[in-house]
Structure formats: C-alpha cells, structure tokens
Design a protein around this ligand. Structure first.
Ligand code: ADP
Length: 579
C-alpha cells in the first residue's frame, strides 16, 4: 500500500520547504513487509500557489459575507444562483428560500417590463448600470433596489443596493417643492382678487375730475398697484412653471401682428426716454405660425422692456429673421438689441438664473425681481429653445433666440375669418394692443338706440362694483345688471334681454363655464349674445375652456378701463352704446 503526504521542513538556511513524500512498502516473496522506499519531491511552489488561491477564495468569501451591498449571481433566465447574506436583511427572506427562486416573482408588477429589458441587455452581454426596480419583501412591502450588473459566460454578476430611503427622500423633497410652488400660485391668485379692486378703482379715480393734490395721490396709487400686479404676475408665472403647471396653448398666430403689439407695449416707455424703437421684420416672414401667442409675447415684451430699462441713449431694435423655411416649417430668429449699459462677462451666465441680477446695485437703481429672464428662458425651453446673449459693457446687449415653428397648411388659415375664436384670443394678452380708435363711441348717429343692457356675473362684491362703475363710465346709456354667482346669472339672463354678458370664471354654486353653457342652451340656435369671460388666468387651459364652453372672448384680471373699453368696442353690437 502506497502512502503519501506533504511535509513541511525547515532547511539549514532557515527557509521553508514543502516535500511530497511517497512511501512504497517493500515486501518479500511471502508478502511480508520488509522495508520502505520513500520518494521525496520538492512541491514548495505548488503548495504556495494553492495556498494563495485558497486564501484568496476565503478572502472573497469573507467579503461576500460581510458586504453591506447586495451581491448576487443569477442566470439570464432570471434565477438566483448565489446570494450573499445582505439579502436576508433587505428582503426578510432566507437565502435558501431565495436561491433557486425566479427573481421576477419578487419584482413589482409595474417594474417587470423594464426589468425584462435590462435582462435582454445583459443577455446581449451589455452591462447594466444604475437600473432601479422594486422588490417585494416578506411583509409584502416593496424596496427600491439599484443594480450594477455585468454579464459573464451565461451568468449575471450583480452588486445592488437598497436605495429606498434615498428615493423616498427625493420624492418627499419634490413633493415639498411642488407644495411650495402650489402655495405660491394659490397665494398669488388670492392676491389678485383684492388687487383687481385697487387697480380698477384707482383707474376710475385717475380718470375722474380730481383736483391736486388728490389727483397725484390717486395716480401714485394707480402706478403702485400696476407695479404690484406685475410683480405678482412674475411670481405666479415662476411658481406655475416650477410646479410644472404651465402648459403651452398652441394656436395659429399672426406673427406680424404679435410683433407689432409687443413693440407697441414698450413704445411709450422708449419714447419718454428719447429712445428709437425699431422693428425690423424679414420680408420672408410667414404670415401665420403655430405657437403660444401669450408666452411668445411675454418673452419678447420682457426682452424689450429690459432693453428700454437698461438703455439711456440710442435705440432698441426688435428683429426677426427667417433662417430656413419650407411649406410646413420655418426656423426663425428673434433678437432684441439695445445700445444700453451692457452686461459684464462674469455676470452673463448668472442673469438667466432666477432671482439674480447682474449687479446688486441694479435692483436699487432699476428695480425688478430678477425673474423675467428666468421665466423667459423656461418658456423658451418648453418651445425647445433658449435665450442667447451677446453683450459688451458700455456698448449694449443683444438677447436672441431661435424658434422652430410649424406653419398652418395653405388655405386652412383661420386668421382671416373674422369673429373666429382663435383670432379673438390675442385680445386679452397683457401686451397692450394698439388702442382702439374711437373706443366705444361708434354710434354717433342720431338713432335712438335705447339703453345698452349688460349683465355682469362676479362673486366678489368689490369687483362687481368696479366692473359696474367702469361700464358706467365707458357707456353712458348702460343698464348694468349684476349677479353674484353663475346660477343667478342664468336666472337674470332668462328674465331679460341683454346686449352683452361679462362672466367671472371661478364662482361658487355654479362657475362661469357651467353658467355659459346654460345660457347658450337657453338662447337656442338663433341668438348669440356676446359673452366675455373675466379670468384670473391662473387655472391651466382656462382660456381654451372658456371658448369651449361657448364664450366669445376673455379679459384677464385685473380689469382696467383700457381693456374693458377694448372688449366693449369689439363686442357691443354696432349701433349700441355711446361713450
Ligand atoms: P429684472 O426683473 O431684475 O429685470 P430680469 O431677469 O429680466 O430681471 O433681468 C435680470 C438682470 O439682467 C437685470 O437685473 C439686469 O442686471 C440684467 N439685464 C437684463 N437685460 C438687460 C439689458 N438689456 N441690458 C443690461 N442688463 C440687462
């Protein structure tokens, strides 16, 4: 019988040697052992190698056991082959339960398809990094697991991590930020209601026969109210964008008209500073484009008013160029150039951030919230564009952006169809449209037209009063009937003939949409009384909903004399109303 074993010996020089000793017995003819032959082989290197391998394996095994990360080997059919102990803590299931299980059974049903896709990537020997899915635990709740997986010879080696806490924190932070923005949006809306009263009544005061110093007191109240309104609108817009609540309302737009209106709204300011306001329009400019007219106007007016604000001498130019165009689409470039103070290179990036101004001293010198450019940029982001700036201190600035727009199909343009709802829409943009020529005084003939009957539905007492007084001022033979909610408006409408209806949108009992539908229903197909919404313009898609409900136009709050006059001029039947 042969025996062998490894023996460690220390050599004379102190080094170690492993010897593999093989012992053969020597026997005589009867089979009796008479001695042994020993072979000795130096296996030091071999022993060292295998010891090292063993140590490494044990080391890896220890890492596998102590790792806080979730380690797993699985096959690409979705079966766990090996798991480390960390899984037990995370999922509350024992390793023996888990191994051999199809892990897809643990994946949240909604995450199964993305998980299948990740597995397909792994089968195609692509590694997967940062993939997150949810796993069911023993108590039925789910944990978010983030994976880093690597395919190798038909197996998947994965290191994963329980990221539930992180994801919950992120979600909570997002929810908190949304809630904050929503609060701001609600707050701004609440602020507008009393402000409507202040703007409206101070407007009436300014227009009345006041003597000094009461006239200038009233004018100052009026200017302050308008400024406050602009600020609130900025904050509201910004919070709406932050809360993810701003939606574009795309429609067919007469671009030339939009540009003229935008320029018009800053003309007075420019002229009072002695600045030239130049509008340069590319002659190839398409007549109509598809865009959100309110938002595009807002961006252009913001750039124009900044240019006027920061320029003391020279000019402000609004320029439009057609970069490319075919029958369906066009690429346009809009730019606003001024010869003003310019912006230092180190401030050029920061001014696009919210609440930031180029130089803190500008706040004191020029006022402003530092929100205008941030809002403009967010709006442009939604239109797949962004603001660009070229500026040299002391020489001037050019803000520009490019827009890719689709063009309404030829022959389908609705712009020339008068009375069309989409055309009526831009009347309520905040950018002042050119003042209507002779306002309401369109019936200077000698006919006896009788009183103009106007129904005003509005739940806020002060706002009811201010609208009534404004109408009284604009239309001397007006007979105004008021209703304090939608239901009363419908009743009042049924009990008399009206030439026009102003309808607040948000009212208790019955809102403006419902009331409008009820009125249209009551009128039948042969009659259509002009019905104009008074909107706070806060609720998403409000304008479109107004038109869908059967209204003809809308005036955004705060209602001032000018806007009301425009609406009356436009919608009072010809021959009705004198100013
Ligand atoms: P604000 O309400 O303060 O004007 P904006 O976001 O519109 O907010 O502008 C931010 C800052 O960018 C301004 O305070 C000003 O410092 C700078 N700025 C904007 N437009 C111009 C311009 N045309 N010329 C010089 N500086 C400008």
């Amino acid at each position: 019988m042969t025996a062998h074993g490894d023996v460690r010996t220390t050599l004379a020089d102190g080094s170690e040697m492993w010897a593999r000793v093989t012992t053969h017995p020597l026997t005589d003819e009867t089979g009796k052992i008479v001695g042994y032959v020993e072979h000795m082989k130096d296996v030091t290197e071999e022993r060292k190698a295998s010891d090292a391998l063993m140590a490494k394996t044990e080391e890896l095994e220890r890492f596998f056991t102590v790792a806080l990360d979730l380690l797993a080997i699985a096959d690409t059919s979705g079966r766990f082959v090996r798991l480390n102990a960390a899984w037990e803590d995370t999922l509350g299931l024992s390793i023996t339960e888990l191994e051999g299980m199809n892990f897809m059974d643990l994946v949240h049903p909604e995450d199964r398809e993305p998980t299948e896709n990740a597995l397909a990537d792994l089968r195609a020997t692509r590694q997967v990094i940062g993939f997150v899915n949810r796993y069911r635990t023993s108590d039925g709740s789910y944990r978010y697991i983030e994976w880093r997986s690597h395919p190798h010879r038909g197996l998947v080696y994965a290191a994963a991590r329980d990221v539930t806490d992180r994801i919950e924190r992120e979600e909570a932070a997002l929810a908190a930020s949304r809630a904050k923005s929503e609060f701001l949006a609600n707050m701004s809306h609440e602020l507008r209601t009393p402000l409507n009263g202040i703007v409206g009544f101070s407007d009436l005061l300014v227009e009345s026969d006041l003597v000094e110093p009461y006239r200038s007191y009233a004018e100052n109240v009026h200017i302050s109210a308008e400024t406050l309104m602009t600020l609130i609108n900025d904050v509201l817009d910004f919070s709406k964008i932050e809360a993810g609540k701003m939606e574009l309302e795309m429609q067919e737009v007469d671009l030339g008209q939009l540009l003229r209106n935008a320029a018009q709204s800053v003309r007075m300011g420019a002229e009072s500073k002695g600045l030239d306001l130049v509008l340069s329009v590319d002659e190839r400019l398409p007549e109509a484009i598809e865009t959100d007219p309110y938002r595009l106007t807002q961006v252009i007016v913001n750039l124009l008013s900044n240019a006027v604000k920061f320029t003391e001498y020279g000019f402000v130019q609004l320029r439009t160029e057609v970069l490319t165009a075919d029958d369906e689409r066009a690429r346009l470039r809009f730019s606003v150039r001024d010869t003003g103070v310019g912006i230092e290179p180190q401030h050029q990036d920061a001014i696009f951030d919210s609440f930031t101004q180029a130089d803190p001293s500008t706040t004191r010198r020029f006022g402003g919230t530092g929100l205008g450019l941030a809002i403009s940029n967010r709006i442009l982001e939604q239109l797949d564009s962004n603001l660009e700036l070229e500026s040299e201190p002391g020489t001037g600035s050019t803000f520009s952006f490019e827009l890719e727009v689709s063009l309404p199909a030829a022959g389908e343009s609705s712009l020339s169809a008068t009375g069309d709802a989409t055309e009526a829409a831009p009347a309520s943009t905040d950018a002042a449209a050119p003042a209507p020529a002779d306002a309401v005084g369109r019936s200077h003939d000698d006919r006896d037209v009788g009183p103009v009957r106007i129904l005003v539905a509005e739940d806020e007492k002060i706002n009811r009063l201010v609208t009534r007084r404004m109408i009284d001022r604009l239309v001397s033979n007006a007979e105004v009937v008021t209703a304090n909610d939608g239901r009363h408006a419908v009743e009042a409408f049924a009990s008399g003939e009206f030439d026009l209806v102003f309808m607040d949108v948000q009212m208790p009992e019955m809102d403006g949409y419902e009331a409008t539908m009820a009125i249209r229903e009551a009128e039948g197909p042969d009659r259509r009384t002009p019905l104009i919404a008074l909107t706070a313009g806060v609720v998403q898609g409000e304008r479109e909903r107004c038109l869908d409900a059967g209204m003809d136009d809308y005036v955004s709050k705060p209602v001032d004399l000018k806007r009301l006059e425009e609406a009356l001029t436009k919608w009072l039947p010809a021959g009705k109303g004198d100013a």
